[in-house]
Design a protein around this ligand. Sequence first.
Ligand code: ADP
Ligand code: ADP
Length: 233
Amino acid sequence: EPIIILHHISKTYTMGGQQFTALRDIDLTIRAGEFVALMGPSGSGKSTLMNILGCLDRPHTGSYLLGGREVSRLTDDELAHTRNRDIGFVFQNFNLLPRLSALENVALPLVYAGVPRRERTYRAERMLADVGLTSWRKHTPTELSGGQRQRVAIARALVHNPPLIMADEPTGNLDTRSTQDIMSLLKDLQAQKKTVILVTHEPEIAAAAERQLLLRDGTITRDEGKGVVMDVV
Ligand code: ADP
Ligand code: ADP
């Protein structure tokens, strides 16, 4: 069943009195449990689309059904609530809080969700164990390698059990070995029925996903996966 249905999504920016269309008339359905890579040249609209999918921004026109609920016209507070509940984010630069330990970073989404301290610690410890960092739980981000930091960030993205994970260039700052670790962690999420959407510039990374979307000038021009190639435009 679909977790994401976009219908006629468009987004226009106004700059110096000029209108610029960053996304034009996007139609897209993503099934629960899919692992999707989003590619496209700089300026093609990847960030704009990820911001809409991640409930960080609203489209100007069109409909966005997330888990069956229309979210394209929510208020800022409602969007933030949806985001905190339904979506886990992983970033190129990890976005960990430098003064907090790995464990405290992972527990952070549970603070926002109002989960009591003991349960926060218990759940964060379990997540850190899942990414193989139990013995690093007291360490701060600067005491960890890049690959370890990204594993902390993935544990944080998952700790509140969201159905959707958005990863923006998650391996952009990592060496080959750590890149493989992070990609296999993300792939393993499919077994838990998590939907993963990953932005990448690298075709080898995109190839690890089961479906590849190509954005060009604000339109999805290619949608391929499982050997099926569909030229949309
Ligand atoms: P990337 O290609 O890595 O996604 P970009 O340079 O396209 O990075 O964009 C980085 C951020 O800046 C995004 O959040 C995007 O929305 C914003 N941005 C991009 N272009 C502009 C612009 N012309 N004016 C204002 N913000 C922009
Ligand atoms: P990508 O992530 O693929 O690089 P973006 O979504 O950042 O693409 O940008 C798509 C287009 O929209 C670009 O031409 C960019 O300059 C423009 N854009 C993005 N964000 C803004 C913004 N906040 N204000 C004005 N223009 C923007």
